[in-house]
Each structure stands twice: as structure tokens, then as C-alpha cells.
Design a protein around this ligand. Structure first.
Ligand code: PEP
Ligand code: MN
Length: 369
């Protein structure tokens, strides 16, 4: 199954692909004013939640079809495309009828293969870009499954949106990013346009710039950022939305990187640096191998003198001076501490094996049990 890259989507699809707009379309004026301000930043894809999936009932659940009429009118006025979340066949039909340009599948729909299949069936034969958000739970196969269902229904322009994952552990994120999952997705579909939604990952507008930069560093194709003319008074997700002015600042501050460069000088310098890294890594491994040989010698020595493998005072001394070395060398002390703990664990395991082996040999030799 082949998922096509942005380049083959047509001339107007370029990196970085930016979608911005309110979490929810609230009123005609709110949507219009927000869209115009975003358009003035040079962004021409506006997102808007029309039907809102809410955790509990009786919260604002979106204005529905009326918002689609506003969208149609705004598109008559300014040159923008609109992206809308669809969660059932009726949403799809209404969106297509009102001329919505891009659809996205929300995280709560991607978790459910029944919903995804229904949506895919409704879209059979329709040429519209579909962006699929990651499922709420950190399950890569559900995400892949949804992509496959749309692809099998004949959708040619399929993108993925990383909006983070729910987790039982409390973290500083509303939805923990777990970056390795979208990167693994990219291994399965190397060309798929991958967009980051820092708004839902963060849950807090203060973190949007940092997450956007990280996504760009990881070679994402674009960003979806919730933007509202008056974020503090938004009817949903108020804390994580930014004003159009702030969106402009964020996009100015993010450095969008290229996956690679055609510049020969850059490439040959990169090659040299990579060789240096390979050399250093090899040395690092050799040093660890030598260290383990000495660890083994100490193991035999301890065994012959009948002393315990683990010695508290020695460990205390080791951790203290390794910590100081890290500081002196400008290394992150927590990071070095973690690496060193693993090396020490491995050393202890080797010495325990040496002790147990000799114990086993003694038992075998004496024929006892
Ligand atoms: C949204 O984009 O407003 C939304 C509801 O997102 P998600 O499906 O990622 O929760
Ligand atoms: Mn939202």
C-alpha cells in the first residue's frame, strides 16, 4: 500500500503545512474574524471544529451545520481552505455538500475501527484530503489501521496528525507526545505527511512554541495550531488556544528545517562529522569492554576472598565522583547518572554470574546438592 508524499498532492501543498483556526466555530463573527486574521499571516488552511467530541455531555458540543454555512460564506470572501473534523457519515455528507476542502478524523474516532470503516465507506470515490489523528491511546496499529482503511477506500491524499496520547501518569502535557510512535509510523509510511498538533499535546499555550520546534527538528511536515480571536473566552480548549498575533510570533520563531540538503559542501562536512561520531562511538564501546574485563577480574578476586559483590561505600564514592566529573565536563548530570547506573548494574550482574558459576562448579565437583 502506497501513501503519497506532499509533493505529489499538487502545487499548493508545501512544507511547512500550517493549519490554524479555532478549536470550535462558535459564532459567524468569531469564525470570520479569526479566519481573516490568520489569512493575513499568509496561512491559507483554516481549521474549525464544527461537531465537538466532548468527554462529558452538556458541554458546548459545536454549532453543527450552521457553521458549515459560515465556512461557505467566508470562503466566498477570502482565499482559504477549510478543514473540519468528521466523526460519522452524516458529518461527511454535510461537509462535502457545503464545500469543506479537507477532513480530519479525531483521536476519539481513530480508536474505533467501526467508525473509521464507516467514514472510509462514505468517502469511497471522493477525492478529498483526509488527515488522521493518532488514537487517544498509544497504539500504533490502530493508527496504521485507520490509514489503511482510508487508503483501501481509494483516498489518495492521506496525512497523519500527532496530537499526543492519554496516559495514567501525570505529566506536564495534556497528552504525552511519545515521539517514538509517530516516528515509527513514518517508518511504515515513509512518505506520509506528518503534522504535529502542539495545542492538544500541550493543553497550555505556553508550551506550543517548544513543541512546534521539536516537531520541526524531527522533520515533521507541518503544524496544526488552535487559534482564536479571543483565546481566553473560547468556548472550548481556552487554555491552549493562541491569538492570531501570537500565532504569527510562534511561526516566526520556529526554525523549519529541511530533511536534507543538496549543498555538496554541507553534505561532505556532514559525512566527516558522522565519521568522527562513528569513531568516538567505537572508542566508547572499547572502553566499556575493557571496563567489563576489569570488573570480571574484581569478581574473581571478590569470590576468592569471599566478599559480597555489592559494596555500599564503594557505590557511594563512585556516584559522587562520577557526578562531579559530569559537572566538570558540562554534561547533564541526570543523564550521566542514568547511563552510569546501567553500567554499574551490568557490572554487578557479571560479578554475580562469576560467583554463582563457581558455586555451581563446587557443587557439581562434590556431587552434592
Ligand atoms: C480538535 O482538534 O479540536 C480535537 C477535538 O482534537 P482531538 O481529536 O485531537 O482530541
Ligand atoms: Mn480542541
Amino acid at each position: 500500500m502506497e501513501i503519497k508524499g506532499l509533493k505529489s498532492w499538487g502545487g499548493q501543498w508545501k512544507r511547512p503545512l500550517i493549519m490554524a483556526g479555532p478549536c470550535s466555530a462558535e459564532t459567524r463573527e468569531q469564525l470570520r474574524e479569526t479566519a481573516v486574521a490568520i489569512h493575513n499571516l499568509g496561512i491559507n488552511i483554516i481549521r474549525a471544529g464544527v461537531w465537538k467530541p466532548r468527554t462529558r455531555p452538556n458541554n458546548f458540543e459545536g454549532v453543527g451545520v450552521n457553521a458549515l454555512k459560515w465556512i461557505r460564506d467566508i470562503k466566498d470572501e477570502i482565499d482559504v481552505k477549510f478543514a473540519v473534523e468528521v466523526a460519522n457519515p452524516n458529518h461527511v455528507e454535510e461537509s462535502l455538500y457545503h464545500g469543506v476542502d479537507i477532513l480530519w478524523i479525531g483521536a476519539r474516532s481513530t480508536v474505533n475501527p467501526f467508525s473509521v470503516q464507516e467514514l472510509a465507506n462514505t468517502l469511497r470515490g471522493v477525492d478529498i484530503p483526509v488527515f488522521i489523528k493518532n488514537p487517544i491511546n498509544p497504539d500504533l496499529s490502530l493508527w496504521i489501521g485507520a490509514i489503511e482503511r482510508f487508503s483501501q477506500a481509494g483516498i489518495k491524499k492521506i496525512g497523519a496528525i500527532h496530537r499526543g496520547f492519554s496516559s495514567i501518569q501525570k505529566t506536564r502535557f495534556r497528552n504525552t507526545p511519545q515521539w517514538s510512535i509517530p516516528l515509527e509510523l513514518k517508518k511504515n509510511f515513509t512518505e506520509i505527511p506528518l503534522i504535529c498538533d502542539p495545542s492538544h499535546i500541550a493543553g497550555d499555550r505556553e508550551m506550543i512554541l517548544e513543541i512546534s520546534q521539536k516537531a520541526s527538528d524531527l522533520d515533521y511536515d507541518g503544524l496544526m495550531i488552535e487559534t482564536h480571536r479571543d483565546p481566553n473566552n473560547a468556548w472550548s480548549d481556552a487554555k491552549q488556544q493562541v491569538s492570531p498575533a501570537r500565532l504569527g510570533e510562534i511561526l516566526e520563531s520556529v526554525t523549519f528545517r529541511n530533511p536534507t540538503s543538496k549543498n555538496k559542501e554541507f553534505l561532505s562536512h556532514l559525512e566527516e562529522l558522522r565519521e568522527e561520531i562513528d569513531q568516538l562511538d567505537h572508542e566508547l564501546y572499547e572502553v566499556i569492554a575493557t571496563r567489563m574485563q576489569i570488573v570480571d577480574q574484581i569478581g574473581y578476586y571478590k569470590r576468592d576472598n569471599n566478599v559480597t559483590v555489592f559494596q555500599k561505600n564503594r557505590w557511594k564514592e563512585i556516584s559522587e565522583n562520577r557526578g562531579n566529573w559530569a559537572k566538570q565536563l558540562g554534561l547533564d548530570t541526570d543523564f550521566m547518572d542514568e547511563i552510569f547506573k546501567r553500567i554499574h548494574e551490568n557490572s554487578i550482574r557479571r560479578q554475580r554470574e562469576i560467583m554463582n558459576k563457581s558455586f555451581q562448579q563446587t557443587k557439581d565437583a562434590s556431587g552434592g546438592n
